[in-house]
Design a protein around this ligand. Structure first.
Ligand code: R5P
Length: 293
């Protein structure tokens, strides 16, 4: 087995390879003057199982093209299987035609990746109406979750926590994490009017005065969900608020905005940034080791 980091996989690829006992390499990537990509596989992949690592944050569309060029080349060079480890996989939120004529991006991007990879591993995919990752990809896929790592982090670092999920969908993280460490949780209701306008409300009151409040969610993008949630929690007496997410996308000045609101932010390193303190590499290496003992 050989693990190859694509341009946004280097922060995890080497660790995953080491922990899985696999060979390691990096994809050579260059740009032509007109921005077309040029990729090169730098190791002999003939008859090998090749695992690409790519996390799709930032210039997502370029990262997709890079991955597809790499996967197809690897097959042409005789690899036995070509698989993808995607710590953060994009385009999953657009799972229906919200407005007439809109693309259902989740299905289209899923179909595209299924053409080039034999198996796909995704950490905490944002699936709402789609029940399973197998409904996104036509090839074999596996969902991993960072819940146990987040639970462990809270257990070690936060005393007397109460867990808050900022919207109905967040129960898969907030409720599950709370159950793992056996503490109380509440799930709020959210209405999103636009990317930059959300409203949240809490049905059942709770006194937060003496508790460490921990908001747990899968994604923080603009940060508005967390900011609006924190406003409600402050009214209920919350003093110290920590917010833990799996994927810290943090668009524009999101992190600064959250810091101004005195919210401590912690993320997993599916996307590397200055608050990505929870390492998910071990989770991927365990799965890979099981596949190729
Ligand atoms: C949505 O359902 C997700 O779980 C997050 O709550 C959402 O993506 C956060 O977005 P933002 O940070 O832009 O409010």
């Amino acid at each position: 087995m050989i693990v190859i980091s694509c341009s946004h996989g280097k922060h995890l690829g080497k660790k995953i390879a080491q922990k899985a006992g696999a060979q390691y390499s990096e994809l050579f990537l260059d740009k032509f003057p007109d921005n077309e990509l040029r990729v090169r596989i730098q190791k002999d992949v003939k008859s090998k199982e090749v695992i690409f690592v790519q996390s799709f944050y930032g210039q997502i569309n370029d990262l997709i093209v890079e991955c597809i060029l790499a996967a197809e080349t690897t097959k042409e060079l005789g690899a036995k299987k070509v698989k993808l480890v995607a710590p953060y996989f994009p385009y999953l939120r657009q799972d229906k035609r919200f407005n007439p004529g809109e693309a259902i991006s989740q299905a289209i991007i899923g179909k595209l990746f299924g053409k080039y990879f034999d198996e796909i591993f995704v950490m905490d995919p944002h699936l709402h109406r789609t029940k399973s990752l197998n409904d996104v990809f036509s090839v074999k896929s596996q969902k991993l979750t960072a819940n146990a790592l987040i639970a462990d982090y809270i257990k070690k670092k936060i005393k007397n926590p109460v867990i808050i999920g900022p919207d109905e969908e967040s129960y898969k993280w907030a409720k599950h994490v709370a159950d793992m460490i056996k503490v109380e949780s509440r799930i709020l209701k959210k209405k999103r009017y636009s990317s930059f306008h959300v409203e949240v409300r809490l049905n059942k009151k709770i006194d937060l005065g003496k508790r460490s409040v921990v908001i747990v969610d899968d994604i923080i993008s603009t940060g508005y969900t967390i900011i609006e949630t924190a406003k409600i929690l402050r009214k209920l007496g919350a003093k110290k608020i920590t917010c833990i997410c799996v994927h810290g996308i943090f668009v524009n000045d999101c992190l600064e905005k959250l810091q101004r609101e005195k919210i401590e932010v912690v993320a997993c390193n599916t996307i590397p940034n200055k608050v990505s303190k929870i390492d998910v590499s071990g989770m991927f290496s365990i799965i890979l080791r099981k596949q190729c003992p």
